[in-house]
Design a protein around this ligand. Structure first.
Ligand SMILES: [Zn+2]
Length: 366
């Protein structure tokens, strides 16, 4: 099979023929239909996750949709998986035994693993997946729409659920979304869907991306390039009648967006970081404590979050901003991703015919 593999840090991936992986008894072999390209793939290549100490070469890619190609011997019938089923991979594979796993948050298991960060990921035609981490879907969405839901399309969803639980969203509230790329173009939609009528303002530095955010439902957009906090407050006031935000989600989480976002937060406001661009949080302490601000970290999403997002998508309630590409063009798209030049989500689409019934056109005999 064809795979794009990483042999070293800060080097292009090598697109090459490799052996189709074997599956363990509790695994399913997935024929990858599509795999989204995430900024964290670029960070992986650039060494951001070097502490994970992964054994190279690896096949990156963690936003995966595909077809069930083969099923391991000990996968129970209750899993209701059949060859040809269309599936997505819920990522963040926990040990299944710790407290976080027991309450369903396997993505924050201390003994977890992630396909594409060790176990083979979706930058290859086939990959093994433990059966518990597959979600069967109706073949309603296009390949390129399905894969990004498993990270870009679900990570902001979980973050905004945390803001909703804080009670800071409602009709008289103003909510900010920082970033309008991969995660941001979904975040603005969940901000509208989950905020019970709040005014949603998207902040980013690229007018083309902001125009898409507007199409996706933003009430207002603000280009932050070259503007001070006071400039942004003035602009926010002109647009919304409020100088501050009651809640915000940061899909970038560079040091500047964190400072801007927290700086724009109203007393008793809440902020959630889902991006990973920066390396530390550096904010003034007194206004944070005296204003009783809340700062949430929110990491990826759990299985249930993904089921909810898939339900929304399958009902046609989510719009997608996608750039399709072939595996052979992965390296030039990594470069574009590094430069911030991708509009929406870049998705590798493989030549896989899922058929009208959702069953695989061509089946592999192991
Ligand atoms: Zn665990």
């Amino acid at each position: 099979m064809l795979a794009a593999r990483m042999y070293g840090y800060k080097q292009p991936l090598v697109v090459e023929e490799v052996k189709i992986p074997e599956i363990l008894a509790d695994q399913v072999l997935v024929r990858v239909g599509s795999c989204g390209m995430c900024r964290s793939d670029v960070q992986l290549i650039d060494g951001y996750f070097e502490a994970l100490d992964v054994k190279l070469p690896i096949t990156p890619g963690h936003e995966i949709a595909g077809l069930v190609e083969a099923i391991g011997d000990s996968v129970p019938a209750t899993a209701q998986l059949a060859v040809g089923d269309q599936v997505v991979v819920a990522t963040g594979w926990g040990d299944g035994t710790c407290r976080e796993c027991r309450v369903g948050n396997e993505q924050i298991c201390e003994h977890g693993s992630w396909p594409g960060f060790g176990p083979p990921g979706g930058y290859g035609e086939f990959m093994p997946v433990p059966y518990r981490h597959l979600i069967r879907v109706e073949p309603k969405l296009k390949w390129e729409e399905l894969a990004p839901l498993t990270d870009a399309g679900v990570t902001p969803y979980r973050g905004i659920k945390k803001l909703r639980a804080e009670g800071v969203l409602g009709p008289d509230r103003v909510m900010g979304v920082f970033g309008a790329s991969g995660l941001g173009s979904y975040a603005v939609q969940y901000a509208k869907l989950l905020s019970a009528g709040a005014t949603v303002v998207v902040f980013a530095r690229n007018d083309q991306k902001l125009a898409i955010a507007k199409e996706r439902g933003a009430d207002f957009t603000i280009n932050t390039r070259g503007k001070s906090l006071a400039d942004l407050e003035d602009e926010l006031f002109k647009l919304t009648g409020a100088r501050k935000l009651d809640a915000a989600i940061d899909c970038v989480a560079a040091e500047e967006t964190i400072q801007t976002g927290i700086g724009l937060l109203h007393t008793s406001g809440a902020f959630v970081s889902v991006g990973l661009v920066g390396t530390k949080i550096n904010i003034p302490l007194f206004p944070f404590t005296a204003g009783e601000l809340t700062y949430h970290g929110s990491f990826w999403a759990n299985y249930s979050d993904l089921q909810e997002v898939l339900a929304l998508a399958q009902e046609g309630k989510i719009q997608h901003s996608i750039k399709r590409l072939r595996l052979e063009d992965v390296n030039e798209n990594i470069e574009m991703l590094r430069r911030g030049d991708i509009i929406g989500r870049a998705v590798i689409v493989f030549d896989v015919d899922r058929g009208a019934s959702g069953s695989s056109g061509k089946q592999l005999h192991l």
